[in-house]
Design a protein around this ligand. Structure first.
Ligand code: 5GP
Ligand code: ZN
Length: 122
């Protein structure tokens, strides 16, 4: 938990969000400015800024986070299978277009054919 972090405050409920999933380690909610019909954000509850801060001993929880992605996509309106699908985006650092300094995966879908303009702003 970082005192001045927006996503830490969302994960702890101090700032409201449209939650779609929560467990001991992770929290997922609707992006406030959706770029597509489905636009979720999946975050770890622990405060970590970006993938640039990942070490080898983070592999276990990071793998669990990634494994949640298809489940959340399917539960929130993305069609499964090769005709459906979704996009996963992680912006890292300023050059990577990251605006909120707490690791998050964008889960973007529900638009077909894929509209490249639906990508989050860099
Ligand atoms: P980034 O550019 O850091 O990869 O993405 C940050 C995302 O967080 C943006 O898509 C933005 O719309 C979203 N966002 C920013 N502030 C809030 C907020 O207070 N609530 C929610 N639900 N999403 C937010
Ligand atoms: Zn944080």
């Amino acid at each position: 938990m970082s005192d001045n972090c927006l996503f830490c405050k969302i994960a702890s409920g101090k700032i409201p969000s449209k939650k779609v999933y929560e467990d001991e380690d992770f929290f997922a909610f609707h992006d406030i400015n959706p770029a597509a019909p489905v636009h979720l954000l999946l975050i770890p509850k622990r405060h970590i800024v970006s993938l640039q801060d990942i070490q080898s001993d983070d592999a276990s929880w990071l793998g669990k986070m990634l494994a949640l992605v298809p489940q959340l996509a399917a539960d929130n309106g993305c069609r499964p299978g090769p005709e459906g699908g979704f996009r996963v985006v992680a912006n890292n650092g300023t050059d990577g277009g990251q605006e909120v300094a707490h690791l998050h995966f964008h889960i973007i879908g529900g638009a077909r054919p894929w509209d490249k303009r639906a990508a989050p702003a860099a």
